[in-house]
Ligand binder design. Structure first.
Ligand SMILES: CC(=O)[C@@H](O)[C@H](O)COP(=O)(O)O
Ligand SMILES: NCC(=O)COP(=O)(O)O
Length: 241
């Protein structure tokens, strides 16, 4: 059955905007689990623009499902991952000025660094995922680097503005899922997915998990957090039937 990882970053974005104690990403994560989230995803950015170290520590103690901790491939982040020991770490690229994660990790060109990170984290019993573009060379490099999981960046698919362009991006994703699965990788997907574009991706057989945050947080403003999570999960499950 396809799984939903609820990304709680943008609950923290709202809190950081005012330096308040609310809204709490911890409260959001626990409520998301109650509403049917299969995992909680959070991105500890190097600039700490949303999630803070303290959020990660508290969540590691309280989560009942799985923590999928997204992070850049840096010594600082590897140290944090080894201390926190989440079930999953997803290695992502980061650029300081970006509005959001604009593309996948370039495993091909940073192969040694990524392989080292996969080995250090894997030795600690953490399942490593690499957040990559829908690209066969990146998929090959991910397998060779020793990652058991990849997450395909769906942001380019989500950003398309015509049916033709969407179909092109969708085909790349579908081909990559098939290719990665044949390599023996577990294939997840996420970024920019929302209530109107999720089902096409969820319907791709072999996609194991979708990580979705921004759209759920936005929808929750109007329908409430619990309903927003449940609605997303129902759409995903319906796409598989
Ligand atoms: C890697 C990823 O796709 C998510 O962590 C997402 O990037 C979170 O939102 P921001 O990019 O706004 O930090
Ligand atoms: N890895 C993607 C993710 O966690 C959620 O991204 P978004 O839905 O907030 O764009």
């Amino acid at each position: 059955m396809i799984q939903l990882g609820v990304n709680i970053d943008h609950i923290a974005t709202l809190r950081q905007a005012r330096g308040t104690r609310y809204p709490s990403p911890v409260q959001a994560a626990l409520a998301a689990e109650s509403a049917g989230a299969d995992a909680i995803t959070l991105h500890l950015r190097e600039d700490r623009r949303h999630i803070q170290d303290r959020d990660v520590d508290i969540l590691r103690e309280l989560l009942q499902t799985r923590m999928n901790l997204e992070m850049a491939v840096t010594d600082e982040m590897l140290k944090i991952a080894l201390r926190v020991n989440p079930q999953d770490v997803c290695l992502v690229p980061e650029r300081r000025q970006e509005l959001t994660t604009e593309g996948g990790l370039d495993v091909v060109n940073h192969f040694d660094k990524v392989r080292h990170a996969c080995s250090v984290l894997g030795d600690a019993g953490i399942r490593v995922s690499l957040f990559i573009n829908a690209d066969k060379a990146q998929m090959d490099a991910s397998k060779e680097a020793g990652a058991p999981v990849v997450e395909i960046h769906t942001g380019h698919y989500a950003d398309t503005t015509s049916a033709e362009a969407e179909q092109i991006e969708y085909d790349k994703i579908k081909d990559s899922v098939i290719y990665g699965t044949a390599l023996g990788l577990c294939v997840n997907a996420g970024h920019g997915l929302h209530y109107h574009n999720v089902q096409k991706i969820a319907a791709i057989a072999d996609v194991r998990e979708l990580n979705i945050g921004h759209a759920i947080v936005a929808h929750a403003l109007f329908v409430g957090w619990d309903s927003a999570v449940k609605e997303m999960k129902s759409l995903m499950l319906a796409a598989r039937t």
